[in-house]
Design a protein around this ligand. Structure first.
Ligand SMILES: Cc1cc2nc3c(=O)[nH]c(=O)nc-3n(C[C@H](O)[C@H](O)[C@H](O)COP(=O)(O)OP(=O)(O)OC[C@H]3O[C@@H](n4cnc5c(N)ncnc54)[C@H](O)[C@@H]3O)c2cc1C
Length: 444
């Protein structure tokens, strides 16, 4: 396990303003503070968003928790899936299974695969950011940006200036809107065509002994069917159960989130596995979330190298590989790791170019991979689906999967690319290969 990083003293501390205290903003705050910079985090909401449900934390992000010094704290709150299983939708037939899944992850990648409540992750990150000196201001909504100074203007009219602005304000990003407007351009979030029903059950409210057993013994379960799939896993050490139903989007164009009808939801799954339907019998309320994405940006860094994007503001994706938050935290970690090498402010343009080189291609490739996962999970019944199922079944019971695999969660090509990423090592290697230019004594 990697040791927690100790806080550096920077020879040239930057004043950094981060816009948005989601998982990318908090991760960037911790990493930049560890690098010795001064961080002000502006959050539009009145407090930390204590909403949301489960979050699958894959080894590429739990490794970052090691670096940040919050791994042990989160381990106590996590559910560690003992196996991962993909089933056919109609009869629950097991198409693929990886036993000792979390053990396999730790052996392969040196960090855990955890299922955590989003609130637990957010609180741990926020506490660590504050310990490291980050100032968090709630109710501070950014309304405009001056890319020359650079500065942000809050909704109350207050203007705040910094050396570097970091956009971490999510898919509906105001920063992105102002950035594109400064170039005479605009774009908007686009529907992916799918929506998510998000459900959380607690162990206490479920009375069926078999379902209780599913919840208390953490695993990661998928059902795959025509145009839809379901993912379910335990949280909080087996005391909660998170179920996400991914189905075709029927929300009106201008609605991103809405309370869902249980009858309507049940109707969509009547022909699915009886065990899944027994879980759905327990549901008392449900939310519908439209799943959106955005086009790729030409650049993640402003022309004057004083503004940079992270997280959903620049690479929102389908949640089908559970990489939205994980890759957003990679962004934050890499940004701070690069800025740790800064000896003078004059190196900032070069440092941000390196950040962009390390992150943009990967973030955008992960987005594309989430759409490929949809294609392979959502096949209609027919020859293509039969070929997929035969391929999956051909690997069932083998110690290691030996071919490119439709479930990227287990695929020997995609899984190491996603989970094997080490934000600290990647940055260190890139800096060894192309160190920031030497700084003259005069500019120090
Ligand atoms: C159904 C579903 C399941 C998911 N499951 C997973 C999973 O298992 N694993 C995973 O890795 N990812 C998952 N994701 C994706 C993940 O939730 C997002 O990718 C991630 O939260 C993005 O983080 P972010 O910090 O970039 O943005 P956000 O979390 O959206 O945070 C942005 C923050 O900026 C603030 N803000 C916005 N505008 C302003 C402004 N103008 N001024 C100041 N503050 C502002 C907001 O209030 C918010 O706090 C899932 C997503 C969905 C929809």
């Amino acid at each position: 396990m990697a040791s927690p990083q100790t806080q550096k003293t920077s020879p040239s501390p930057l004043e950094i303003i981060i816009i948005g205290a989601g998982l990318s903003g908090l991760s960037a705050a911790i990493s930049c503070a560890l690098a010795g910079h001064h961080v002000l985090l502006l959050e539009g909401a009145r407090g930390l968003a204590e909403i949301g449900a489960g979050l699958q934390i894959t080894p590429n992000a739990s490794k970052i928790f090691q670096q940040f010094g919050i791994y042990d704290e989160l381990e106590a709150k996590a559910a560690e899936p003992s196996f991962l299983q993909v089933r056919r939708y109609s009869d629950g037939k097991v198409l693929s299974r990886t036993d000792d899944f979390n053990g396999d992850m730790k052996r392969k990648y040196g960090a855990a695969f955890w299922d955590l409540h989003r609130v637990d992750v957010q609180r741990a990150l926020a506490e660590r950011a504050k310990q490291l000196g980050t100032q968090i201001r709630f109710g501070a909504r950014v309304a405009d940006i001056d890319f020359n100074k650079p500065s942000v203007k809050l909704e109350n009219g207050e203007e705040l200036q910094a050396d570097l602005l970091v956009a971490a304000d999510g898919i509906w990003s105001k920063c992105r809107e102002r950035f594109l407007a400064s170039k005479g351009k605009s774009d908007v979030p686009l529907p992916t065509g799918d929506l998510a029903y998000r459900i959380v059950l607690t162990l206490d409210e479920v009375d069926d002994p078999e379902l209780k057993d599913w919840i208390a013994k953490p695993s990661c379960q998928f059902w795959v069917g025509p145009g839809s799939h379901v993912v379910a896993y335990s949280l909080r050490d087996g005391h909660m159960f998170n179920i996400v139903l991914l189905v075709p989007d029927d929300l009106p164009d201008n609605v991103a989130r809405q309370a869902g009808s249980i009858d309507e939801m049940r109707q969509l799954f009547t022909s699915w596995d009886p065990v899944l339907n027994r879980f759905l019998d327990q549901v008392k309320s449900v939310d519908k979330w439209k799943l959106m994405h955005r086009p790729e940006l030409d650049s993640w860094v402003s022309d004057k190298s004083n503004f940079v994007f992270t997280g959903d503001s620049c690479h929102p994706m389908l949640p089908y590989l559970a990489q939205g938050a994980n890759s957003s935290m990679e962004d934050g970690a890499v940004l701070g790791n690069v800025l740790a090498a800064l000896e003078a402010k004059s190196q900032l343009p070069e440092a941000l170019r390196l950040y962009e080189r390390l992150r943009k291609k990967r973030g955008e490739a992960i987005v594309r991979e989430t759409f490929a996962q949809r294609r392979d999970f959502h096949m209609n019944d027919g020859p293509e689906q039969q070929a997929r199922d035969e391929l999956m079944l051909s690997q069932l019971g083998k110690e290691q999967i030996e071919c490119k695999f439709p479930s990227r969660w287990q695929c020997p090509e995609v899984q190491p690319w996603l989970y094997g990423y080490d934000a600290q090592k990647e940055t260190a290697a890139a800096l060894r290969e192309s160190p920031l230019s030497m700084v003259s004594q005069a500019s120090l």
